[in-house]
Design a protein around this ligand. Sequence first.
Ligand code: CA
Length: 228
Amino acid sequence: MPANILVVEDEPAIQELLALNLTQAGHNAMRALSVEQGQMLIREALPDLIILDWMLPGMSGIEFARKLKSDELTKGIPIIMLTARGEEADKVRGLEVGADDYVTKPFSPRELNARIKAVLRRRAPQMTDDPIEVSGLRLDPVTHRVTGNGDVLDLGPTEFRLLHYLMSNPERVHSRTQVLDRVWGDRVFVEDRTVDVHIRRLRLALAGSGHEDLIQTVRGVGYRFSAH
Ligand code: CA
């Protein structure tokens, strides 16, 4: 599944290289030359991952990372710090403010891709292509197919993304706002009750194989995917 990756890098040549590399790996690259531009893009749509240069004009990458990780809305977005400084103390400092990984320039595209994949798998399992199976319900991100006890279930694209997110994060209660941020990625034009509408459709589709009870309503809080 392609991820929306925000690149905050002030050197145009490196930014270009990063964007090209991400596009070739099948991701969508959003590009910012400064923290200010990055913040504008984040307000439009939450990225799935941020590649953040350490040395930026104005607010530094490390300050921005700290800010993102202290904001309820953005703290779940994984961050890979990018820097020319290869010292161990810097690495520790980067990880201390909440960065998920750290890549030193000059980097090889292959190494960066591997790290992106690892971070996405760890922080946003629905961004990887691994099939998930729970109690006979199986979702395959590669073929975009959902089966219940072997029978194909008919899901719309939004219901598919919703189920993928819920199955990737089982046994946890998700508020409508969290679901909107992580599944729709754009909180501006969608209302909370939209989530309820798609949950209803998803349950209807899962009822085809008797799996609708895996989606539980937690009154006053949100939804949970649970096999129990
Ligand atoms: Ca820089």
